[in-house]
Design a protein around this ligand. Structure first.
Ligand code: S3P
Length: 446
């Protein structure tokens, strides 16, 4: 039995779960949804978004941009219409902007607001977001001439911005972060000259792709992980079709691999190469994964993903792979606990500053379920193969931790698995629990 209790605990009883012959879709990609809402708001004319993620994070983005004058129709996954306000025309909001739990909302928006000359903006977020590091975007924006104040000299939200005329810079980023890269590129839109960002490794490139589609002058040098944006072009509203989120599909790729007698077809998933590290790692672990019906829509590659149960073996995950699967590491750690042999995750210190400290939360949860795990500052070592045992898991109110341990609960033995504060899945995947019940619950409609 799989049920969400009134106290927000998600409980999975220990039993032999299985799923055969079912097809699902996953909600729209979170990163692309944010960018479509933002670019649609600052472009001229109409933007139509199909397949928008209706999670709490994109809702935060939509609220913020509506508060600054963009006309955004009620959010609906079939169709959202935005009447853009035009570059540089966001209005000063009459209240504090609330980014909620969403790092992407806050960091990308900061880049846009910093260049709105003469206007004042205050931005905050929830407990988790107010604890996350902001200097990674505040520092380079200040180098462009931005005026930003905040707690700990701008390291933490709440932040306040007094818009300025900015100048372009070449920023050599110490971290591979699409949020940092995107914030700087968005700030560069209103400068005259070339804003250049070089990253140590390639991070997701949805901003570059969408900015180009909206008419920005963007060039990419893949070899040096460098993006060059020439400011001054106007953005023109577009139709954006948002593919399914591979970070949400990852839960079913792992479930379909580790739960005996599983086969799942996940349709219309975004398979942008900057996001497909999870497919490479699962394949290296021995997963039975196939990509079908590969195609491209509005500049993003998509495919249907089929997964069948397979015996997994441990592997090493580090280096340039990390930014290509950063959000999937908690569920990959669950896969590793069910695999034969040792898995090493390294170079992933960024996980400690996500919605929770995901290294600590993952290690703690896996250990509570009986797995042998060593914690490292930048990752963990997992000695797979011990059967997992059901217990109570603290999600730390982090959507990806809650969903990862729900998948672990499908193979846990002896006792029920109870995920606390599981309602946080609505951040990125509001239909996660109904889909879990559809695939592995008692009745097809439950
Ligand atoms: C995101 C970038 C990643 C990722 C986050 C979404 C984005 O963060 O973890 O969930 O949409 O740009 P970083 O840029 O901090 O690596």
């Amino acid at each position: 039995m799989i049920e969400l209790l009134e106290n927000h605990k998600l409980v999975l009883s220990p039993r032999a779960y299985a799923t055969q012959g079912k097809e699902i879709t996953v909600p729209g990609d979170k990163s692309i949804s944010h960018r479509a809402l933002m670019l649609g708001s600052i472009a001229e004319g109409e933007t139509i978004i199909r397949g928008l993620l209706l999670g709490e994070d994109p809702r935060s983005t939509a609220h913020c941009f509506s508060a600054m004058g963009a006309e955004i129709s009620p959010l609906n996954s079939d169709f959202v219409r935005i009447k853009g306000i035009g570059l540089g025309n966001l209005q000063e909001p009459n209240n504090i902007l609330d980014a909620g739990n969403s790092g992407t909302t806050l960091r990308l928006m900061l880049g846009i607001l910093a260049s709105h000359t003469g206007r004042f903006f205050a931005i905050t977020g929830d407990d988790s977001l107010r604890a996350r590091p902001m200097l990674r975007v505040v520092d380079p924006l200040r180098r462009m001439g931005a005026t930003i104040w905040g707690r700990e000299n701008g390291a933490k939200a709440p932040l306040a911005v007094m818009g300025q005329k900015l100048h372009p810079i070449h920023y050599i980023s110490p971290i591979a972060s699409a949020q940092v890269k995107s914030a700087i590129l968005l700030a560069g839109l209103l400068t005259s000259g070339e804003t250049i960002v070089t990253e140590p490794e390639q991070s997701r490139d949805h901003s570059e792709r969408m900015l180009k589609a909206f008419g920005a002058d963007v060039r990419v040098d893949r070899d040096s992980h460098t993006v060059i944006l020439k400011g001054g072009n106007r953005l023109q509203g577009q139709e954006v079709i948002v593919p399914g989120d591979i970070s949400s599909a990852a839960f079913w790729l792992v479930a379909g691999s580790i739960v005996p007698n599983s086969e799942i077809l996940i349709k219309n998933v975004g398979v942008n190469p900057t996001r497909t590290g999870v497919l490479e790692v699962l394949r290296a672990m021995g997963a039975n994964l196939t990509l079908e019906n590969e195609r491209e829509i509005t500049g993003e590659p998509i495919a249907d993903l089929r997964v069948k149960t397979a015996p997994l073996k441990g592997c090493e995950i580090g280096g340039s792979l990390i930014p290509r699967l950063i959000d999937e590491l908690p569920v990959l750690a669950v896969a590793a606990a069910c695999a034969e042999g040792r898995t090493v995750i390294r170079d992933a210190e960024e996980l400690r500053v996500k919605e929770s400290d995901r290294i600590a939360a993952t290690v703690q949860g896996l250990r509570a379920m009986g797995a042998e795990v060593i914690e490292h500052p930048d990752g963990m070592e997992i000695f797979g193969g011990r059967p997992l045992v059901g217990t109570t898991i603290d999600s730390y109110n982090d959507h990806r931790i809650a969903m990862s341990f729900a998948i672990a609960g499908l193979v846990a033995q002896k006792h029920p698995t109870a995920i606390e504060r599981a309602d946080c899945v609505t951040i990125s995947y509001p239909s996660f629990i109904p889909t879990l019940q559809f695939l592995y619950g008692d009745s097809p409609s439950s």
